[in-house]
Design a protein around this ligand. Structure first.
Ligand SMILES: C[S@@+](CC[C@H](N)C(=O)[O-])C[C@H]1O[C@@H](n2cnc3c(N)ncnc32)[C@H](O)[C@@H]1O
Length: 310
């Protein structure tokens, strides 16, 4: 059984969508998504209402020919947009329904997401993404950093026990780039204009770096793990490691070498590092987390004997 779109619309702004059910998705036809255009009569003339509306600051009755053309196009687009949204909603609803019927996990519901906020999370492990590398990146790479942060955010929002997520040195170009994403200020994430050194006690901080000689074998609840917000295609090797040494804070690498004796790549992306931490915070071993998160194209040969590690 599927949901069928059934529009009853007289004009834009008065559209009413009624859901009925049909047996087959094919029954939902394109032509059923037809809707009369708002305030355009059968002759494609604009009918004005009693209280005169404005278009780009001009009363409708006083529009020039070309302004009227634009206005009509805008009205048409408005009605099409509504139909498109309704169609997309319907598709999502049908997909969810089918997934439910086949017992496929479609992730947390809206209601679950609402309650799974960082403040309510039993996980108190902190993760900072350090955004102090503006001057080391061209715009394209800065865009990639923000994209990876979006993935981090999505993963954390979907988690049943989200980690305590912070962005530090959130100023300048990275903030500008982020502002392209409407409403980001309302995300369940902490934004700090200052460095992590001004936000947390030094002894709680651990800078993650593939260059560190220290290997992290478990995550500690009261620690704050810092991920360098840097996409550099390895052109600034060791920058984060050096930063941690200069600032006198602890540092450590993820224990990939403990589980895999050969790994074709040891420097991971921001979102991969975050996801590995998240999976481990959820109770997975590091080995399981690496296997779950890292793409298959990263060649990883298991170590011969790691029984003393697990
Ligand atoms: C793309 S890497 C940036 C590499 C950069 N050249 C550097 O100096 O760290 C992004 C961040 O992910 C973290 N990271 C990546 N691979 C890691 C690993 N194997 N162990 C620990 N942290 C890692 C580090 O915090 C790093 O700054």
């Amino acid at each position: 059984m599927l949901f069928k779109f059934n529009p009853h619309c007289n004009c834009v702004g008065e559209s009413k969508f009624k859901m009925t059910t049909v047996e087959n998705a094919d029954d939902v036809k394109e032509d059923e998504l037809f809707c009369k255009k708002s305030r355009l009569d059968v002759n494609n003339e604009v009918t004005t209402t009693e209280t005169e509306e404005l278009f780009n600051g001009v009363e409708i009755s006083k529009l020039t020919k070309s302004q009227m053309k634009k206005y009509k196009r805008m009205l048409q687009w408005q009605s099409v947009k509504k139909l498109k949204r309704a169609k997309e909603k319907l598709r999502t609803k049908n997909r969810k329904y089918e997934a439910k019927m086949q017992n496929i996990d479609i992730g947390p519901s809206r209601k679950q997401l609402k309650s799974a906020k960082m403040a309510n999370s039993p996980c108190k492990i902190g993760v900072v993404i350090d955004l102090s590398f503006d001057e080391l990146m061209i715009n394209k790479d800065m865009g990639k950093v923000i994209k990876q942060i979006l993935r981090v955010y999505t993963e954390n929002r979907r988690a049943t026990a989200p980690m305590q997520l912070h962005l530090t040195s959130f100023v300048g170009r990275c903030k500008e780039e982020m502002s392209k994403h409407n409403g980001y200020e309302n995300w369940d994430m902490h934004f700090h204009a200052t460095s992590y050194l001004d936000v947390f006690p030094k002894e709680k901080l651990v800078y993650l770096s593939s260059e560190s000689d220290n290997v992290i074998n478990e995550l500690e609840q009261d620690k704050i793990y810092i991920i360098g917000g840097l996409v550099d295609h390895n052109s600034h090797k060791g920058v984060c490691h050096q930063k941690a040494i200069t600032e006198g804070i602890a540092h450590g690498q993820l224990p990939i070498g403990e589980y895999f004796h050969f790994v074709s790549r040891k420097v991971f992306t921001i979102n991969q590092v975050f996801e590995i931490l998240l999976r481990v915070s959820e109770g997975k071993t590091f080995k399981e987390a690496f296997e779950m998160v890292l793409p298959k194209r990263i060649n990883m040969q298991p170590a011969l004997d790691n029984s003393n590690i697990e």
